[in-house]
Write a protein that binds this ligand. Structure first.
Ligand code: NAD
Ligand code: UD1
Length: 344
């Protein structure tokens, strides 16, 4: 049972590749390496002991994606490919509308074409990487899937539009099976230390920045805001181990291929941790100090964001297993063994 992973060479895609292999699927990576490194493929081969099937190219190239679908006959597709840097999306909105929204349109057109002429092995089955960013500034926590959606930047806007497009496509043709996964804050790495998050530039997200401070690549962490209405004044998020997140994709595909009903679920732990709690846990896991200083709040940040994770448990029989300490330990193993990521 082949599964096509657009963006499969990226952070979440590569971990999902391993989880799908472990579950007996045959994942195929489709990636243009715009935000990843081909060296990840050799790491995946070391972890799984099997060759990686790769289709190198752009998801925006609809005829090529259609040819890939015809060649591999996947029973499902997971759509990770896209750009994800919030700040960049504010500076270059068209890049995000083009690659994220355009990429989703292109993929769905290709899937429609192979289904229409009867050459697909199954009904169009798609798992989409959405984000807790679609909840904007939530009125309360924990967040359930029926909370109102909004956007505060073009990245978030692109996710919202794609969610709506998926609904429209399903409405037009109910044969589509769609799993929309709203990730909270993915962190950590595979326990082998062979794959992990490899930001191309200065990390925007907390955990990779903390890891780079601990390994000595950056002198200190800026903690954005210490006057939020939270337990210690710093921002609270639902950090989820990327291995748990990967397992959520396997559960989503199994549900779509089994019951066949579409769904939208949060993938989070249901718990929130503050920036200072993350710093402390990382210091313990790494045995290294993580110096920090307080800085003004970051524009667009919310005080607290964490999931009510019960719907995923109910619909997918999935729940996160890893603790914050394990997330930090695995992130540290990856960072300390690969201080320059896949670039060696
Ligand atoms: P990532 O950048 O590591 O992976 C994305 C992959 O897609 C990269 O390998 C990149 O080269 C590829 N790609 C981008 N545009 C492409 C194109 N046009 N054609 C082919 N390949 C293309 O990101 P990630 O952290 O693994 O995130 C995966 C998905 O999950 C993204 O859609 C992201 O928006 C979403 N998401 C991520 C987070 C997070 O914190 N990492 C949170 C919520 C949602
Ligand atoms: C960010 C994105 C969000 C995206 C999510 C997951 C913004 C405004 N939002 O959210 O759209 O869905 O990542 O990828 O970028 N922090 C520091 N110092 C740092 C970095 C972060 O104190 O150097 C704090 C933040 O203020 C926040 C917490 O750490 O309180 C987590 O930040 P981050 O990892 O960037 O994730 P989000 O803010 O949840």
């Amino acid at each position: 049972m082949k599964i096509l992973l657009t963006g499969g060479a990226g952070y979440i895609g590569s971990h999902t590749f391993v989880a799908l292999r472990d579950a007996g699927f045959e994942p195929v990576v489709l990636d243009n390496f715009s935000n990843s490194h081909p060296a990840v493929l050799e790491r995946l081969e070391r972890i799984t002991g099997l060759p990686v099937m790769l289709e190198r190219g752009d998801v925006l190239d609809t005829p090529w994606v259609e040819a890939v679908l015809r060649r591999h006959q996947p029973v499902g597709v997971v759509h990770f490919a896209g750009d994800k840097a919030v700040g960049e999306s504010v500076a270059q909105p068209l890049k995000y509308f083009h690659n994220n929204i355009g990429g989703a349109v292109s993929l769905m057109r290709a899937m429609t074409a192979v289904h229409a002429d009867g050459s697909a092995p199954a009904a169009p089955t798609l798992v989409f990487s959405s984000s807790a960013t679609v909840y904007g500034d939530p009125a309360s926590v924990p967040i359930t899937e029926d909370f109102p959606r909004s956007h505060t930047n073009p990245y978030g806007h692109s996710k919202l539009v794609i969610e709506d497009m998926l609904t429209a496509v399903r409405t037009a043709d109910p044969v589509w099976r769609v799993g929309t996964l709203r990730y909270f804050n993915p962190v950590g790495a595979h326990p082998s230390g062979l794959i992990g998050e490899d930001p191309a530039d200065i990390p925007n997200n907390l955990m990779p920045f903390v890891a780079q401070v601990a390994v000595g690549q950056r002198p200190y962490l800026n903690v954005y805001g210490n006057d939020y209405a939270t337990l210690d004044g710093t921002g609270v998020r639902d950090y989820i181990h990327v291995v748990d997140l990967a397992a959520g994709h396997v559960a989503a595909l199994q549900a779509l291929l089994g019951r066949g009903e579409s769904f939208t679920v949060n993938l989070g732990t249901g718990r929130g941790n503050s920036v200072l709690e993350v710093v402390k846990a990382f210091e313990t896991a790494s045995g290294r100090p993580v110096p920090y200083q307080f800085a003004p709040r970051r524009a667009g940040d919310v005080a607290q964001c964490y999931a009510n994770a019960t719907l995923a448990k109910k619909l997918l029989d999935w729940e996160a297993q890893h603790t914050l300490d394990q997330m930090c330990a695995d992130s540290w193993r990856w960072q300390s063994a690969n201080p320059n990521g896949y670039r060696g």
